[in-house]
Design a protein around this ligand. Sequence first.
Ligand code: GTP
Ligand code: MG
Length: 194
Amino acid sequence: MKIKSVELVKTIYKSNDKYPESLNGEFVFVGRSNVGKSTLLNILTGRNIAKTSKKPGKTASINFYKINNSFYFVDLPGYGYAKVSVEERARWRKIIENYFSKRAWNIKLVFVLIDGRHELQKNDEILLEWLKELELDFAIVLTKMDKLKNSERAKMIRYYNDLYGENYTIIPYSAVTREGIDKIYELIEIFGGV
Ligand code: GTP
Ligand code: MG
């Protein structure tokens, strides 16, 4: 799959903001704050288009990137970051929930990013259960694998495969070594991103 053009076409701050036209569907990147969603989007597009930060809570809106004038990559705010205000967290939660419930019909595949150094957190589990209820296809991307020693790495991959590997694809990934990127492109192609 070759990315020829990337354009930020819509930013959503409120749950009643209007979504863009559907095109040929969308791929969405979701996960806790700071897990690496925006970084992955920049790697996939080969452009420094999504803002990233060492500090959690960088992406505060839903951003629709139009790819090849054909489909979208959707970057979501992260969840689970305790330091943003209660009101701000409630707003993020609302726009994320609103997004999945209103837009599920146009989603081809959800990439759920989880920090590969840690075991599953409660809010990841809630999200995954909810995606199942919505009958959405998802793949789990284990991020920051470069930070793990080989023994830890094998252990964490086994742990996530035991939990979800039977029905869902688990992709060990690193923005530093670029491991996993080919597999992510492959899934985008399989699920109809052209
Ligand atoms: P929010 O927008 O706050 O929800 O965060 P995000 O999920 O978009 O994370 P972002 O892409 O901004 O990355 C957060 C930090 O993690 C940045 O400092 C990235 O450079 C770093 N990072 C992302 N992916 C990796 C990775 O695979 N390995 C390592 N070592 N660092 C990574
Ligand atoms: Mg972000």
